[in-house]
Design a protein around this ligand. Sequence first.
Ligand SMILES: NC(=O)C1=CN([C@@H]2O[C@H](COP(=O)(O)OP(=O)(O)OC[C@H]3O[C@@H](n4cnc5c(N)ncnc54)[C@H](O)[C@@H]3O)[C@@H](O)[C@H]2O)C=CC1
Ligand SMILES: O=C(O)[C@H]1O[C@H](OP(=O)(O)OP(=O)(O)OC[C@H]2O[C@@H](n3ccc(=O)[nH]c3=O)[C@H](O)[C@@H]2O)[C@H](O)[C@@H](O)[C@@H]1O
Length: 445
Amino acid sequence: MNGVTHLDVAVIGTGYVGTTTSIAFAAWDHKVIAVDSDQMKIARLNQSILPFYEEGLERRLERYRESGNLSFTDDLEQGITRSDVLFIAVGTPSSPDGSADLSYVEMVARQIGQMMDKYKVIVTKSTVPVGTGDKIKSIITDELKRRNLSFSFDIVSNPEFLREGRALYDALHPERVVIGCETETARKTMAALYEKVEAPMLYTTIRDAEMIKYAANAFLATKISFVNELARLCDKMGTNIMKVAEGMGLDSRIGPQFLRAGIGYGGSCFPKDTAALLNLAKEQETMLPVLQAASNVNRTQVSWFMERIHHIMGSLAGKKVTLLGLTFKPETDDVREAPSLKIIEQLLQNKAIVSTYDPQGMENVKKIYPQVAYKPTPYEALEGADAIILATEWREILDLDWTKVKDLIAQPYLFDGRNALVPSVMRNLGYCYVGVGIDGRGDYH
Ligand SMILES: NC(=O)C1=CN([C@@H]2O[C@H](COP(=O)(O)OP(=O)(O)OC[C@H]3O[C@@H](n4cnc5c(N)ncnc54)[C@H](O)[C@@H]3O)[C@@H](O)[C@H]2O)C=CC1
Ligand SMILES: O=C(O)[C@H]1O[C@H](OP(=O)(O)OP(=O)(O)OC[C@H]2O[C@@H](n3ccc(=O)[nH]c3=O)[C@H](O)[C@@H]2O)[C@H](O)[C@@H](O)[C@@H]1O
């Protein structure tokens, strides 16, 4: 290793996490080779084209490529042999039983064992169940034995806490860095890697670090489901969940974040990671009833919302419903586990005519639901609508000219699945506005 500050790093996997982490390490003056087995992705990254949408990230990508700190390749061996620290940042999707599918991680571990030529620090960035570090260690040891080699290596768990849409900011300004490691050499290497970060560094065992990542995501998901569950009650009681959450959040022990009621959490992480943690607990014959309930609330939140729509509008058969927003949250093109997909499914089952607009997510949803009308502007999507459902609170959608919209639509029903518009303003414009847990006693008009 050449000193403590400039490390040679390989990041394996160029999805959201791999790409963003690579840019962050390059920004901290390390030399980064980002590797992916997807040649198409690498070809595009070599032209500074990201595999996903994230505002401002392509400019940074270009800058660090030009500075020479960041390069992309599909040649894993080159990445491994030229680097001292290897980050595993491949996907860990849900298996049908909810457990984390570790096949990509295990494959990379095998490849590292087959290609490494000297001591390396091998770091898991992917979200993985407790015990995966041990598994990676034993796979690499087996591969080295097969090659009659006995290099030493260190395993580290360094979970990632970034959010999509704010990925680079989060990577550059983490609230904490969690490092699970077992040797002083690995600890020093990780300290050097993160030298420029002003955040608490928490050193733990590998297993603790693996658990911290699942625990954090499970807790945030539970916070959302707790408030969504209360929203259902607020709706019956004539109380407003927005005010209730505000009042709760002012208590610093509770905090205001992740208390926004709506149609539930989606994305590539909360649903998958809660399922994986529940599966892990089941394997250990330990029940997690709180997390199980949080997951159940989320699974049923869209149906609860759709029931309210049916209650107000009656049959949706033949009615034109415009869905505004498709991505699981604003500022991303990611539609994995997005609540909008469940909404489309239920609308189609009820024979509604569905029209939609999203600034970034339409191409991804078109592949799943080709029968929906995808419009180039929100106004075109809204023409003749009997009902509007707001599923993602994109600024562009919130800032629509709602007076103009009123003239385009057939009926003024507006169902705000994110409580993102101002009810009194919308009602003054003549909309029949319905939010989540804010209307009380069914008095929607
Ligand atoms: N998406 C997010 O916001 C966050 C994700 N995570 C975790 O980070 C991990 C990665 O997530 P994403 O970046 O979303 O994944 P992704 O699925 O978008 O990307 C993974 C990449 O790995 C590549 N890959 C797979 N096998 C490979 C191999 N043998 N060699 C080289 N490349 C290979 C794939 O081609 C793909 O480009 C997951 O465990 C996820 O839970 C953690 C925090 C945030
Ligand atoms: O492990 C991961 O992949 C990441 O998962 C989440 O990040 P992300 O999924 O990008 O997005 P969030 O901003 O957390 O939102 C997740 C979902 O919860 C919903 N949400 C969020 C907050 C809230 O108050 N209410 C609510 O319904 C959002 O609409 C969205 O569908 C975590 O916030 C990150 O810390 C973590 O690294």
